[in-house]
Unconditional design. Structure first.
Length: 116
């Protein structure tokens, strides 16, 4: 028989295989595992509901509708200001044409991809 030098990992695996002991648990492990997911789901749903309630209360207390209105007003004002400050006379018609062609091509690509 050829002597082969075993690695530490192989020696450890052999030790555990030779000394394996099965402990009877009378289904205890299965009962515990059966309870864990349902409890976690309940806690997750409870946490989600609590966060929604806190968010709605904060929205009402801090007048979130007013903040949203300001956000849209500022965004609209920024868009109008940016468009009015553009100097389109210095832009080459070729650049405008190529930009439009790229946008149309992308729109067509997305349309075809969404139908597939």
């Amino acid at each position: 028989m050829e002597n082969k030098k075993l690695t530490d990992d192989e020696l450890i695996m052999m030790f555990f295989e030779d000394n394996r002991v099965e402990l009877p648990d009378d289904g205890f492990s299965k009962r515990v595992m059966a309870q864990l997911p349902s409890r976690m789901v309940k806690l997750s749903r409870l946490w989600t509901a609590a966060c929604w309630v806190v968010g709605i209360v904060a929205f009402i207390v801090f007048k979130g509708w007013h903040q949203l209105g300001l956000l849209f007003q500022n965004a609209w004002g920024n868009l109008v200001g940016a468009l009015s400050s553009m100097d389109l006379i210095t832009v080459s018609p070729a650049i405008i044409w190529m930009s439009l062609m790229i946008l149309v091509s992308l729109a067509f690509y997305e349309l075809v991809r969404s139908e597939a």
